[in-house]
Write a protein that binds this ligand. Structure first.
Ligand SMILES: O=C(O)C(=O)CO
Length: 396
């Protein structure tokens, strides 16, 4: 065997190291390159003196050609992903662009074992799945997988992974940013300040305060909880509603109150934030009736998916001041057509689905997706990061 390196406890594995790990008794997973395969071997095989460790790890050098083939489902450009992400992926995979795949389908299709879906946008269709006989895993970079037909994918024996941990902070931040921006009418304020006609800063309109207001979080998952942690610093009263599970631990940690009925949360909140996945059950969960329950002074914030809200009802509610304002990071479609009525309103802020658009989140999502994909390829459990990991297999 071609041994590249031998290491013991406390030894740092160089960034980008890859290969096979031999004999790893005890818990030293923190030392291992993500997805490194484990084999047991006789203790003395790679021992070199002096050795003060009780185990040895050997890393077998792998050539570029030996790395598993990864198809990047690009959304533009060569790879459609940032250069640093390409470099990160290249350490573990032999990258194949859609263009290369289409130009040389016969050779490429056998090589491809994984597909990387960047930022939740492109989807994987049946035709693509049929042309990839060795595909084992689709690594979605992002938490939402509503753009993927999980049932169809699983019928091909392919697993889907997502990156719920990497997205949590940046998405919670955008929720807070939208809430504050809408409350304090930041966009209007900015337009006034930069207008060439502004001679002085005349505020003939007022915002509302977030401090001590009531925030209703619909969906106390990872992101919802991070929102609650942040809201606490603003002395907000926090209500939450979960469709399936009450979260007593989180309630205690952030002092949140559980509303069994979503209606109660809608009636009591000054700000309502949607942080749920889009599923057939949550599709258009906020419609005319729900908007009608909200206070006329309340603001609706959506950082989940556009189709959680019935947009026609939202237009009507905003036009008729049924609610004060809305702040949306997600809409349907994305982007909205230029003549969409939502774009004509002044009591709305819309951002172009930028929940994870930070240098740090993009990097962490790629790292999490890589670790997930390598785990599946190596037949290992998906890394847990201390909480429930997500892997869709539909029993396969
Ligand atoms: O991770 C996702 O699914 C997102 O949409 C982040 O905004």
């Amino acid at each position: 065997m071609d041994l590249h390196a031998a290491i013991g406890p406390g030894t740092e594995v160089a960034e980008g190291a890859r290969g096979c790990v031999l004999q790893v008794p005890g818990n030293c997973s923190g030392l291992l390159p993500p997805g490194a395969a484990r084999f047991s071997c006789k203790e003395n095989i790679v021992r070199k003196e002096p050795v003060q460790v009780n185990y040895l790890v050997a890393i077998k050098a792998m050539s570029e050609q030996e790395l598993p083939g990864l198809l990047i489902l690009d959304i533009g450009g060569t790879y459609g992903v940032q250069e640093n992400i390409v470099a990160l992926l290249k350490k573990h995979f032999c990258l194949i662009t859609m263009k290369e795949f289409l130009e040389n389908k016969k050779e490429m299709s056998k090589k491809i074992q994984s597909v990387f879906v960047f930022e939740c946008r492109p989807t994987v269709d049946q035709e693509l799945l049929e042309s990839l006989p060795n595909l084992k895993v689709i690594g979605n970079s992002g938490v939402g997988v509503d753009h993927l037909n999980l049932k169809m994918i699983s019928n091909f024996g392919v697993k889907v992974t997502n990156t719920p941990h990497a997205v949590a902070d940046s998405t919670a931040d955008i929720g807070m940013a939208l809430m504050l921006a809408s409350a304090r009418r930041l966009v209007e304020g900015s337009q006034i300040a930069i207008s060439p006609h502004t001679k002085y800063f005349a505020v003939d309109w007022l915002g509302v305060e977030v401090s001590r207001a009531t925030l209703g979080i619909i969906g106390m998952g990872r992101i919802g909880y991070k929102v609650a942690q942040r809201a606490r610093a603003f002395d907000m009263k926090i209500l939450y509603h979960n469709r399936k599970q009450r979260r007593k631990e989180e309630e205690l940690a952030v002092g949140a109150h559980y509303c069994e009925k979503m209606e109660d949360l809608l009636q009591q909140s000054d700000f309502v934030m949607l942080v749920v996945n889009l599923t057939p059950e949550t599709h258009k969960m906020i419609g005319k009736k729900e908007l009608g329950l909200m206070k006329p002074t309340a603001t609706l914030i959506n950082i989940g998916r556009g189709a959680l809200i019935d947009q026609d009802s939202l237009v009507e509610a905003l036009q008729n001041n049924i609610i004060r304002a809305a702040a949306l990071d997600v809409t349907y479609p994305e982007p909205l057509p230029r003549d969409h009525p939502l774009l004509k309103l002044n009591n709305i802020i819309i951002t172009p689905h930028i929940g994870t658009a930070t240098v740090q989140a993009v990097q962490m999502m790629a790292e999490e997706a890589i670790a997930n994909m390598l785990a599946v390829l190596n037949g290992q459990p998906i890394p847990n990061y201390g909480r429930r990991s997500t892997l869709w297999t539909f029993g396969k």
